[in-house]
Design a protein around this ligand. Sequence first.
Ligand code: AHG
Ligand code: MN
Ligand code: MN
Length: 336
Amino acid sequence: MNVNRKILTLDEFTLTQLRQFPSATGELSRLLRDLALASKRVNVEVNKAGLVDILGDYGTVNVQGEDVKKLDIFANNQFMGVLKHGISCAGIGSEEMDDFVVFDDEVSNNSKYVVLFDPLDGSGNIDVNVSIGTIFSVYKRVSELGKPCTKEDFLQPGNKQVAAGYMVYGSSTMMVYATRRGVNGFTLDPSIGEFTLSHPDIKCPETGKFYSVNHGNFFQYDEKVREYINGCQRKTKETGGPYTQRYIGSMVADVHRNLIKGGIFMYPGTLDKPKGKLRLLYEANPFAFIVEVAGGLATNGVQRILDIQPTELHQRTALFIGSKKMMEELASITNS
Ligand code: AHG
Ligand code: MN
Ligand code: MN
């Protein structure tokens, strides 16, 4: 079969974008290519996870006190490796590492960007063949070029992100990334090993029919959140319900579906964990950026996610994210 030359590959697409900015250096395109390369390696391992003895707990506990699966570590090392050896990244922060990693070599010290990532999201789903993903967030350094990057480069509010994206290892493998100019989705064509533009200029529908939340925690949510969730199950003056409940337990897959089809995803604070479970720097911020560029909204229930000033790498936040109208319905209840 001939290769369809009308469909742009990820590299062709980023090059086309680059040509519109004669002053651009191409460093961001290189960075995206590095991330895509690592994700292709992860994809191969994820695909054969059921075949090889790579499943199960790695026998360690990550810095959040959760069991670490082997594939989390494998994915972490792939992303760290390509970014360290590429020319665009001065340092990283990852869910799987206690602290930021400053690459501190001659090339990296002259690189413009730092990257934060969740190498494998939804890893509890690996054993049961359910979609999982990778999430990444890119910032331009605020520290001086030519020197090692610093903590301040990583602790910037989400509204300073230059790009953010995710890969979903699902029924097909996709990479979706956003810059301020738009959100675009690429599907991995296994026959040529390339991500190809399949979802140009993604817009999050203004409203949708899905709400995604862990119902098992219902009685741990505050009263207003419970009121909204109840509203999702019937038609009220605030909500256009009843909506359909969909919750896989991999944020990447849940938010991806709601981004494409319209919907709201919630991980509220609970009595035990008032700040919820999700991490600001490599889960909430990148998704907030993507969804806002696509026309949706993201808050922690009180404040816009992208305006939160981070204080530490692994900090958690409550998260409400999705279609604009559904987010406004939620706010009309939580702000009343
Ligand atoms: P991770 O696998 O990176 O630890 O993230 C899992 C997260 C997220 O993907 C998902 O939305 C959430 O955990 C599910 O949590 P609950 O099982 O508490 O609903
Ligand atoms: Mn995660
Ligand atoms: Mn993870």
